[in-house]
Design a protein around this ligand. Sequence first.
Ligand code: CMC
Length: 393
Amino acid sequence: FGYFTYDAGFTSTASCRSDITFIDGENGILLYRGYPIEELAENSNFLEVSYLLLHGELPTKDELDQFNRAVTEHAMINESLKDFFDGFHYNAHPMAMLTGVVASLSAFYHDAIKLGDPRNRMLTCHRVLAKMPTIAAAAYKHMAGEPFVYPLNRLYYTENLLNMLFSRPTEPYEINPIHARALDQLLILHADHEQNASTSTVRLASSTGTNPFASIACGCAALWGPAHGGANEAVLNMLHEIGDISQVPKYIDKAKDKDDPFRLMGFGHRVYKNFDPRARIIRKTCHEVLNDLGIENDPQLELAMELEERALEDDYFVERKLYPNVDFYSGIIYRALGIPTDFFTVMFALGRTPGWLAQWNEMVADPEQRIGRPRQLYTGAARREYIPVDQRK
Ligand code: CMC
């Protein structure tokens, strides 16, 4: 029955050619369009990185200004789209709202399906990039039972996001540049990661020629799971469950026990068999944000550092090359910024959006692109005769 190579979880099958992101997992290297993630995180900003991912080159000053203007211009969502949120219970998971509302953008922009026109595709990229924070913030406000806050053109992308999340009619939000910068850096670190599960999902869905808003919604759905973008939420839940430094050895043992489903969340990666370079950057940012907030001895940070230290010296984790990944520390930063735990994966989705869009655009333009159609090794019953229901035993 089997004529195909079996590769569960696609550990050794390249599904596409791509010019966008390079990862060397053995040596902990991540490059966007050839630029090291460390340099981009230090010197660039999220919109510039988005331009780089979408266009392949860093923009000139004029190109960047134009791009910023284009993204700013599309930040509003249609007023009637706001009504969609009323269909969700106040305690719906925000990823459910994000996934549903992003897909419904397809009902507003019918030109997005003209996939053969590169300018039209770029317009879709601008729209999605611009509207994702507005939709995310609307989901947040719906959960909080507070009025929606409109995007402000005078604010930079990440400042705007913070303002839409935290501004209230009674109390305008005062932008803290350290927090806005930390958030911007987190978005840069999440911006692309080659053919991860959500990006592959976007590509597979898009390979059918479907509406790009629907494809991005597919990416959101795949990201939601705890083995992928849901890990940042799972890390904080895990730290909460562990509760105290004295419990760390017990939980390390649980993670090693094959009869126990518990895993150390924020640890391990399919590709990195070395330190995730994003985790190193995030660890530093985490200390900066907590210092700025005057939380020098944050118990959850101390717990996380103890857990990391114990795991890194434990044979089980050393032998399997399990290191902290990007999500081990991101949740601690989000929490310090006042973002609720069940909203963390939404933040990841906002960061990953330019990557999904760049990969979608690259795939649609690729003359080698064909519909994605994996094969299988059939392991079911051999051919047999149908038995009428009254004769079955
Ligand atoms: N805790 C305990 N053991 C682990 C862990 C962990 N976090 N991760 C992997 N292992 C063990 C696993 O049990 C297996 O052991 P053995 O060889 O004895 O059977 C070995 O390490 C290899 O693991 P795997 O499950 O075959 O590796 P994978 O490449 O299929 O899974 C992973 C990668 C990220 C899903 C996994 O490491 C994991 O579940 N980590 C926790 C969740 C997490 O932090 N996910 C975020 C990933 S980074 C953000 C993103 O890109 O989405």
